[in-house]
Design a binder for this molecule. Structure first.
Ligand code: ADP
Ligand code: MG
Length: 526
């Protein structure tokens, strides 16, 4: 019987395989769906999982976080205020009252990639002091060599003449290594000097105040280009400082060399600032000529937007605390809500507030009170931590856990991680939306149908969603028929200064830069 059975249902290896495969497929689908549902339920993107296990705590946390939210209507109001401040800053009669100073940069020619020349640049005022040698090849390509030098603390706070002598010593060393000394050519130099200056022409600018740890004597109110050129002449090297530029202008120029549609320069680093191309007719404070091109790059100094109180309605108690404990209270209101120097500190203050309200790190109360840990100290939560926390996807929170351990919270719970990530997202999204609203004002004002925004700065470069968040809010704020794209600038501030110097020198030699293809023969300056 059994033999017959076997015979009437012979073993078929193919259908057996197919059956196994089908079982396998069904099992995989069921398991896969279960895992997916599990993941989505626990995924931090879902608003319901941002909820604490105790609903009443969750409401209190949301109340704290709500103060950071700025909706589209509020953003549109901020845009109108910014544009009013810009116009106030551009008019000579009202300039003093504006929080946005709108300084004309004296840079009027935008490169188009055809420029050629061998130029030097000196970049002082960012995180590093750098010297660059740049060869513009005329086909939007640049050959670049650069070196970072140290400015010793004693020089940063010493006699101004020593500072400029030190810069020139470094420049001379660099030129020697690059075989640029005594070549019979006087190289134009672009000076990126990222300190507040009142510019009087392309190659003269008076320092209004030192910042960022510098305080050399005998420099405030002096023409820093002249101080640099005096030191160059004293050393007897073949260099002429042809232009001083702000880092936003450098960024715009460097990006324009590759992408001529660039019309905005944006910095999102230690600080934030922007520049754009404005029609001369709108610049009441302009004291130069009205020749073509009838435009000038305006260094907005937008970091100071709100210093006259016009942004008080969106400031939170955390912003006020950051401001009061800064070295410049009452100054750089917009910057303090956006840039890398302050973002981590805002997050830290919110975490501390939640901790003190017993809304966070509930399971670890016995480990608190160690006031030496970074959590309790100003600057203890770096802005790069905000990026790290926000790169976590899913439910493991391995980056967030690492960051929390770094600031002194051992074994944080899942809830702790979710809440800390939520805080980081709210603070960085607010920053991105404010910067996006500022850019939208510029794009709508220039009315160019396709423009490129040149950007430099570690916050833009490394934060995982800053750019995306700016873009998202700009979709609702920029006029629908105006398109824009981004260009990340590498070495932008130095390269751009070199370009400005190159264009300035070629113009002063009577050469029409945009069409000139040969390296001009610079005569050695005396
Ligand atoms: P600078 O503005 O001085 O020229 P950067 O553009 O490098 O220099 O910006 C430095 C700032 O960027 C620092 O204040 C720091 O807070 C911030 N930063 C550095 N790394 C990151 C990161 N991974 N994510 C976000 N911000 C960062
Ligand atoms: Mg910089």
């Amino acid at each position: 019987m059994s033999f017959e059975f076997v015979q009437s249902f012979p073993y078929d290896p193919i259908s057996s395989l197919l059956r196994k495969f089908a079982y396998g497929l069904v099992t995989t689908c069921v398991l896969g769906t279960a895992v997916y549902i599990g993941y989505r339920v626990a995924a931090p993107d879902k608003s319901y999982i941002k909820r604490y296990r105790y609903p009443e705590l969750n409401d209190q946390i949301e109340k704290v976080i709500a103060s950071l939210k700025i909706n589209d209507e509020q953003l549109k109001h901020i845009m109108r205020t910014l544009e009013e401040e810009m116009n106030t800053g551009l008019s000579p009669t009202t300039h003093k009252q504006s929080s946005v100073k709108m300084f004309p940069s004296y840079v009027r020619h935008i490169p188009d990639g055809t420029e050629v020349g061998q130029v030097l640049a000196l970049d002082l005022g960012g995180t590093n002091f750098r010297i660059l040698s740049i060869k513009l090849r005329g086909n939007s390509k640049i050959d670049l060599t650069s070196k970072i030098f140290v400015v010793p603390q004693s020089v940063m706070i010493g006699d101004g003449r020593h500072l400029f002598r030190h810069l020139v010593e470094c420049l001379s060393d660099f030129m020697k290594k690059e075989a640029l000394l005594h070549t019979g050519i006087c190289y134009p130099l672009g000076f990126t000097f990222s300190f507040p200056c009142k510019q009087e022409s392309l190659s003269s600018a008076r320092l209004t105040a030192w910042t960022k740890g510098f305080s050399c004597s005998g420099v405030v109110n002096e023409d820093v280009v002249k101080l640099l050129q005096d030191a160059i002449n004293e050393k007897g090297i073949n260099v002429k400082c042809a232009a001083l530029v702000n880092d936003t202008v450098g960024t715009l120029m460097a990006c324009a060399y590759r992408e001529p549609s660039t019309a905005i320069g944006l910095i999102l680093g230690t600080g934030t600032n922007a520049c754009y191309i404005e029609n001369l007719d709108n610049v009441g404070t302009w004291n130069g000529d009205y020749n073509e091109p009838k435009q000038v790059i305006i260094n907005m100094e937008w970091g100071a937007f709100g210093d006259n109180g016009c942004l008080n309605h969106i400031r939170t108690k955390y912003d006020e605390e950051v401001d009061l404990s800064s070295i410049n209270p009452g100054k750089q209101t917009f910057e303090k809500m956006i840039s890398g120097m302050y973002m981590g500190e805002i997050v830290r203050l919110i975490i501390l507030d939640l901790l003190q309200q017993e809304l966070l790190f509930l399971g670890h109360r016995d480990t608190y009170g160690d006031y030496k840990t970074p959590l309790y100290n100003r600057g203890g939560f770096y802005t790069k931590f905000v990026s790290t926390v926000e790169t976590d996807e899913g439910i493991k929170f391995s980056n967030t856990r690492r960051v929390l351990e770094d600031i002194g919270i051992r074994n944080p719970t899942f809830d702790d991680c979710v809440i800390v990530q939520h805080i980081c997202r709210q603070v960085s999204t607010r920053a991105a939306r404010l910067a996006g609203a500022g850019l939208a004002v510029l794009i709508n004002r220039m009315k160019k149908s396709n423009i490129t925004i040149g950007v430099d700065g570690s916050l833009y470069r490394y934060h995982p969603r800053f750019k995306r968040n700016m873009e998202r809010c700009m979709e609702n704020l920029v006029h629908k028929d105006l398109k824009f794209k981004w260009a990340l600038s590498d070495d932008g501030s130095g390269k751009g200064a070199a370009l400005v110097a190159c264009v300035a020198e070629q113009n002063s030699s009577g050469i029409f830069v945009q069409n000139h293809k040969e390296v001009p023969d610079y005569k050695k300056s005396e």
